[in-house]
Write a protein that binds this ligand. Sequence first.
Ligand SMILES: *Cc1c(COP(=O)(O)O)cnc(C)c1O
Length: 232
Amino acid sequence: MQSFQPDIATNLHAVRERIRVAAAAAGRDPARVTLIAASKTKPAGLVRAAHAAGATDFGENYLQEALPKIAELADLALTWHFIGRIQSNKTADIARHFDWVHTVDREGIAARLSHARSAAGNTPLQVCLQVNVDADPDKAGLAPHAVADTAQRLADLPGLQLRGLMTILALDGNPAASFESVAELFAGLKPAMGGSWDTLSMGMTQDMAAAIHAGATHVRVGTAIFGARERP
Ligand SMILES: *Cc1c(COP(=O)(O)O)cnc(C)c1O
């Protein structure tokens, strides 16, 4: 029996068009918005199809699902972003197999990633701090008032390059206001953090236009590319 295959190329084209329109409306260059295809729960074959249609950056949430996919797709030049919750016993594998981690929200996790990445002798792991801007009890992330301190303490850890902030909004909030508030936090830290502080990872299928309007440099889009997920 053949299962339904979404038309990845058509979907990807439509998402790129949404990014283009949102960037134009905000007076921004769409080339400054990196699309991360959130491929959690989707098989390696669909990632391969997305790559064939031009996607280069992929986001994964669950390590045990991601590792075999990354191995299976090692023949492609892909950039892998870890966008899920980080369990401390998974930091070594995350540090070894991913290029980016968007979901660092405590020093202990950052220290473990730093240690593992340094030991592996790789280029630095690119890191964003996750901010729980809506104080959503169901979401991970630093409280906004804790971000500046944490960023400064993590800035010099070997093997990590701090790039900016990431957020996932509450379902019932005000996306425009929340994204603007993360963007302000990000901009306020720029003088202290320097030139590599250049990443605002925010916006998903439902709210990418508002995120781009507020200055997102990376949007993480799953459903609009791969179709609905059967499990969360
Ligand atoms: C699944 C996921 C996305 C993509 O969500 P969609 O609504 O399917 O676009 C983005 N960011 C994170 C952290 C996710 O877990």
